[in-house]
Design a protein around this ligand. Sequence first.
Ligand code: ARG
Ligand code: ZN
Length: 886
Amino acid sequence: APVRREDYAPPAYWIRTAELTFDLDTAKTIVASKLAIERNPALPVQPLRLHGEDLNLLRVLVNGQSVSFRHEDGQLVLEAPEADQFILEIRNTIAPEKNTQLSGLYASGSGLFTQCEAEGFRRITYFVDRPDVMARYTVTLRADRRKYPVLLSNGNLIEQGDLDGGRHFARWEDPFPKPSYLFAVVAADLVAREQWVRTRSGQDHLLQIYVTRGDLDKTEHAMNSLIASIVWDEARFGLPLDLQRFMIVAVPDFNMGAMENKGLNLFNTKYVLASSATAIDSDFDAIESVVAHEYFHNWTGNRITCRDWFQLSLKEGLTVFRDQEFSMDMAGSASARAVRRIADVRTLRERQFPEDAGPMAHPVRPDVYQAIDNFYTPTIYEKGAEVVRMMHTLVGQAGFAAGMRLYFERHDGQAVTCDDFAQALADANPDSPLAQQLDLFKRWYTQAGTPVLEARSTHDPLAQRLTLTLRQRCPATPGQAQKLPQLLPVRMGLLAAEGRALPLQLEGETQARGTERLLIMTQAEQQFTFTDVPAGAVPSLLRGFSAPVVLDDGLDDEALLHLLDWDRDPFNRWEASQRLYTRRIVAGLREGVEASRLSSAHLQALSRLLRDEALDPAFKELVLQVPSEMQLVDQIAQADPQRLHELREGLVDQLAAELCEDWTWVDDTHQVKAGYRPDAAQSGIRALGNLALAMKVRHAVATGDPVWPGKAYQRFKDASNMTLRWGALEALVNAHAELAAPALAHFHEQFRHEPLVLDKWFQLQARAPERQGEVFAKVRQLLKHPDFHLGNPNRVRALVFSLTHFNPAAFHRADAAGYVFWAERVIELDAANPQLASRLARALDRWQNLAEPYRSAAREAIARVATRPELSSDTREIIERALNEG
Ligand code: ARG
Ligand code: ZN
């Protein structure tokens, strides 16, 4: 049954303390729970309802007496005890090794781990499993000492020792009340990298990163990231580490990226382990940002948590915003910051825009869900972060910090709502446009869909005035036919000839206010007239992507080239190049392949930009990247993935051929001489260098020149770090089949004991550009590879999702074999791991935007999955939404 936001009611009972004892065993774990419960006097007396799922109940006592109970709708129901406060004791068993959903207590590698967000705690024991019920936990863990030498839970270790029969125990106490979703337990054979740090208050804290024995040498970067996160949160927001001990544990089987359990973060190994030999630069970046994200949750999520799951973006949007800001600060220079911003926007466009345009579109604060795990989405996370970023823009950096202070003053220790957060920010900045238009601004929380901002300007040569007309509209989304205007902060500049930045003076103002300003749009249509503007000035709008909208600025190619050449806003420079590429592809679709050729003016601009010594290599690499196939398939109406693939490949070929000498120059000049460091400067050089190599190999294959492919093979073998090895391998796999085969075999042999590198090996083959159907055939074949494991989410994502989510041309086949494959995998996975299966199911979200025959074939595949009666509620929700919107 759907859960609705408007049905929220406070809990009828609070759980104040929880004493849990675990007798841990992979086949059968016994859980004994002793809860101090208090009736909520504000509500009528009613039965106590406890959530529970896949539990084997042994006994229930109230104040030491056995009581009668019943099971109802998957809940354990007890008639209201006489007393308003009582002790509830429950004993139950669970079977971790049978838990293939990876929610609750489960086995991974040779250890036992938990994942409780959102509703996994009820798979451990009966509980009022909702985030507004916060309890103080004491946890006793007992287990075999040899098999599980490390026993961890939240908070502080208060006691440990030996027991009979080769067993031992550890007792943990978490001083902070917390919701059950932040509970965690680990029992495993692990070792830890340790580090003491002192925070500003003079307190010492122990940081630990737990991994399996052989992986200790891959934890340095995660530890550095954690220390940097602690320093940053204290410096930027005055938020210190509040625990004596902070632990991170790496888990090989994990549904998501990581989890912010109080004092005991659990991480997918992918976001902890890295060495220069096994991980590429972007892995290092991802580790830095996920470590920071989970650490920042300690305040935004744990100290202040969510009242209910509709408020999920309260913690996720805010924490993503914080980790993005952290990564930008870590990157250092203004240009490195811009590179991070561009990468973040690219993710938003590739993942969130399609969601907003498809059957799963939902507001940042949703109104209804069937399975909450389906709502850990790019809308909640990335669009949620953009909403926070707009508030930051509207109140300024200092105003934002003041708003955060007020938020913690008011709500520390509470479970609150998105409204509470916005209110605190507004109240701390009463004169800001946010406070003045708070209700209007909050439409960002209630309306789904990506607004389209249309901008047109007219110039009056006599009066030297430029009038900018802005219009906004937002497409209908499921359940929301009509939309109201939203508040859009539009950062802008005006560029005259030679890129001269014009002072911006609005009609009626007595003087200009700088060369960049923020327009605040609040209505469906608004006009802004600027004075003293010469003819030919080009508006640069939505700088830094100041609002998460689709901008239609009506600029012609010449104007976009002007921005590409001159804009001092790196984001808009990059954006101009992206729009020019996309335009060529759209032209190719309409008028044939000739029309997709890049103009010589465009090529010259790119060449100039490549050779511009003042620009950051990382930025150049982004500018030279053509929009991904995923983005094109999503943005272009009635998309034909095969044609888009051909046109896009043609465009890249052209960049390889026409900028041939520039690529050689890049290759000559972009070699890092110093020892490997995963920092922004070095990784930018490697990124551009790898792109140049890929271009050289591509062009060599087209012209029959053997030199560059041979060079790439040599570099692949001799590389001193994985980023360069990977770049060379990718260049071969993408262009040169004959050398790719031995290179892949060599790579597998070399790294067959490194699971995360094997993931890469699978991923690369599944994401390779499709030609004659061989990529698809390869993926089918790799499903039977001895290293492929359906039970390991990383491996499934590396192979299956790489095809369905990241390789449109291999997946969308005219013979529908890709969709048949998808349906088989969804059904197969759903039986074991519904969370993962429902993510896979989303690969066909946008079937309605496909051209025929893909559209009908995709619909048929979805309909076939829908007929399966055994589908989980997770997967059913996705499948039904996909069909109903058709
Ligand atoms: N709160 C975690 C994070 O963003 C995500 C955990 C989500 N897990 C899930 N099964 N839905 O850091
Ligand atoms: Zn999070």
